[in-house]
Design a protein around this ligand. Structure first.
Ligand code: MLT
Length: 387
């Protein structure tokens, strides 16, 4: 029985995929696999039996990736599974920042007792008039699963779209409308665009990327949409630019004491991926990633270990090894197998930064003593008998 712990609610259509060999009611301490949405894991201990964590979502800033890698815990996310939900929210943000539908709706609520409301409407409505997004310039920073959908949808709404992504993947490039104009210097987005939407992960290099220098380059009346992570925008200075009119509206999916109290900010309670469809998609993808790792040792969509896939094991045994990406580990692993008279039928190895992963298909099952020997090789972090 494989023990699984859910740190947050995970959609049942995903959990049901686990089947009878999994206990999804396990405690955190006993779990081999953990599913998580927004729970913060930085202060949690990682037990020796824990081998995988799957985040049902894209952002992984609630998980200590390096500590997990150092302990042989492979962390997965679900890129693209909630992209459509976030795209739809970004489109709503574009429109809500352009037309004062929220102010207008509030006016109706405030005047609901007025029996003459149908008449007064015609006078009052000019206070809520806005502009159209068609023909305006939208800059999309980050053209991953979400950014590319936003860019393509904005094209079909008649916007002139500029896309910036120095790490653009071939798959993302192929999905991108040819009408999206590539931008090679992010400063051009700040200078040229009336609307800017950001779709990059929160990393040390991206924190505060839309800060004073970026605001100084923008045109008056720029709209900034942030459905990615609050830390990407330097919110400590944005008030000044909202006051001056440089930024007409900052739409954020992350309320905090600053954004919740500033005029000109339209804030939502992190609703980007909160649709039934996205929650189902994320749960299904996260569970499938965990199952493939537990049952086959394959790694797909990890954020701290490399991708590695040997399909379903066709030989007598399979062993996986999480190790440091340093010289001689693989030769020592194969040596141990040779000494034990075990033949390696096939093998896959991949590395990512400081860490590496090896998957070995063997002609016979191996003794516990061989596993112990593998585990004592310098640089080896975790050895697991997959089959
Ligand atoms: C994500 O990171 O996938 C979105 O922000 C939604 C979420 O945190 O669940």
């Amino acid at each position: 029985m494989i023990n699984v712990h859910c740190l947050n609610n995970i959609a049942s259509c995903g959990l049901n995929l686990f089947g009878a060999d999994y206990n999804t009611e396990s405690s955190y301490e006993d779990a081999e696999a953990v599913l998580v949405r927004s729970a913060k894991m930085h202060d949690l201990d990682l037990s020796n039996n824990l081998v995988a964590i799957a985040r049902a979502g894209a952002g992984v800033n609630n998980i200590p990736l390096e500590k997990c890698a150092a302990n042989g815990v492979v962390v997965f996310n679900t890129p693209g599974a909630n992209a459509n939900a976030v795209k739809e929210q970004v489109l709503a943000c574009l429109l809500l920042a352009s037309r004062d539908l929220i102010g207008g709706n509030k006016w109706v609520a405030d005047n609901k007792a007025d029996s003459d409301i149908a008449k007064t409407t015609e006078k009052a409505k000019k206070a809520f008039a806005g502009g159209e997004i068609a023909g305006k310039k939208l800059g999309v920073i980050g053209l991953g699963a979400i950014g590319q959908l936003v860019a393509n949808a904005a094209i079909s709404l008649g916007m002139e779209v500029y896309g910036y992504d120095p790490y653009l993947s071939v798959a993302a490039a192929l999905n991108l409308s040819r009408e999206v104009k590539p931008v090679y210097n992010v400063e051009d987005i700040y200078k040229e665009c009336n609307y800017i939407t950001v779709h990059v992960p929160a990393l040390d290099q991206t924190k505060g990327m839309i800060g004073k220098d970026a605001f100084e380059l923008m045109q008056d009346g720029t709209v900034i949409i942030n459905c990615a992570r609050d830390v990407l925008v330097d919110e400590s200075v944005i008030g000044k630019y909202l006051e001056s009119g440089r930024v007409k509206c900052y739409v954020s999916d992350f309320p905090n004491p600053t954004t919740a109290n500033l005029d000109g900010v339209l804030c939502f309670p992190h609703l980007g991926a909160s649709t039934a469809e996205a929650e189902d998609n994320c749960a299904i993808m996260a569970v499938n990633e965990i199952k493939d790792y537990i049952e086959n040792g394959n790694i797909r969509n990890s954020v701290n270990y490399p991708a590695c896939d040997l399909g379903i094991c066709q030989t007598a045994a399979r062993v996986s090894v999480c190790h440091k990406n340093v010289p001689a580990v693989i030769s020592k692993i194969t040596n141990v197998m040779g000494e034990a008279n075990v033949n390696i039928e096939s093998m896959a190895n991949a590395s990512r930064g400081e860490y590496a992963y090896s998957l070995l298909d063997l002609d016979k099952t191996i003794e516990d003593s061989v596993i112990t020997e593998l585990a004592t090789i310098e640089g080896v972090i975790k050895v697991r008998v997959v089959k």
